[in-house]
Design a protein around this ligand. Sequence first.
Ligand code: GLN
Length: 495
Amino acid sequence: MADRSAAEVARAVNARETSAVETLEAAYARIAERDGAIGAYLALTQDLARARAERVDAAVREGKRLPLAGVPLAVKDNMCLEGTPTTCASKILDGWIAPYTATAVQRLIDAGAVPLGKTNLDEFAMGSSCENSALGKTANPWDRSRVPGGSSGGSVAAVAAGEATLALGSDTGGSIREPAAFCGVVGFKPTYGRVSRYGLIAFASSLDQIGPIAQTVEDAALAYDLMAGKDPLDATTVDREVEPAAAGLRDDLRGVRVGIVKEFGLDKLEPDVRACYEQAYDDLRKLGAEFVEVGLPTADYGVATYYLIAPAECSSNLARFDGMRYGLRVEGPDVGATYEATRAAGFGDEVKRRILIGTYALSSGYYDAYYVRAQKARTLIAADFAKAFEACDVIACPAAASPAFAFNAKADPVSMYLMDYYTIPMSLAGLPSLSVPCGYVTPAGSDKPLPLGLELSAPLFAERALLGIAHAYERGTGHARAKQIPTLADAVSAR
Ligand code: GLN
């Protein structure tokens, strides 16, 4: 069961070929066997999982059919799950127990999914490698000397290693798509406002969005259909009908116009990576897609724009962690000193850097020069996309410029920030965007193939079309499930 897709697990549990409890046991056996070497999970929620699985089995016995019956689910540890610790991989939330469950998580549980545990991330989702976690290290299942990507690295590694069937991640500037590309799974960020953020601990509220991580596009569509839609508990969710994406999956690309971005020319990439993306474009063409060149002249400003807006919002959102209400408290002689001591001890370097940058960008005298200008640039980037989508249905580009890199390879913050060059512009424009596996490269001197991801992005609210196109590509090429990870046996023996 541990290697089946969510659709297959749900079908088998609904048909009573297996039970949710048996499926859960298989998932925990897999975690016990592999997670010592991978480190995807920060905590397992065994009692809750067992209770949920038993309820699913009881419902099925009563004749109910649940769309995610018994599907083992991993949840990024910046989403609340009632009664369980929620850490954001930060020391500052040490000991904090979530008093309620995030809407997106609850909707999947209501559909029959069984939450296995909470997964590792970069502290407060700030990072692209999972190396900023204060609580542990997650390895890339394809090559354990490399990062899984971030910030949803634990969720993505769990799905890649067969330690979860489905996972939730959050994406602010690329945190679902970049790690999905690095680990060879499907990662999907819906339109901003499509999926409730209630119960997602805020990083940058105008950008944060929850999305599914899965082995297949079909599974991502299934989960999206269940999560999407208005939530009275999140005023930024959009009250607009959700067109079921799982019903719109297609097998060819006839009549689809694929936009290739002039400014994202593949000539900047290493030759083997470039060849892989050329092949991916060719495969889209063979499936019937027409190609058009589009321009995104302001996309190059994406990273600079994002690294003003996201830190500005983070400096405001993270002000609540001061030792008074949540988690860690380091007592000082007075209230001010307690704030200082708590925040100094509780936050890691990258989080502090962002709070400082954000506070600076918002301070009087600098606000217009930095924050307001960044907002103007954001508007221009969104306008560029709107214009590009007059000529195409979907934009195709790399999800990242390289495959997964080695631990400690991106020591200076800017080189890490640049990892999101291809994902940030779509986030700033609020667009739905995903990464689907598109091939493998084997670095010189290594015998381990590493996956690459093709990023596909669509106009606002065009999730159904986007997932349909990604499905045709996945079916047409078979990359998504083409390879068993060759090094996993080795991961097991290395425990
Ligand atoms: N890597 C980007 C950052 O560090 C994006 C993170 C995210 O999407 N949460 O902010």
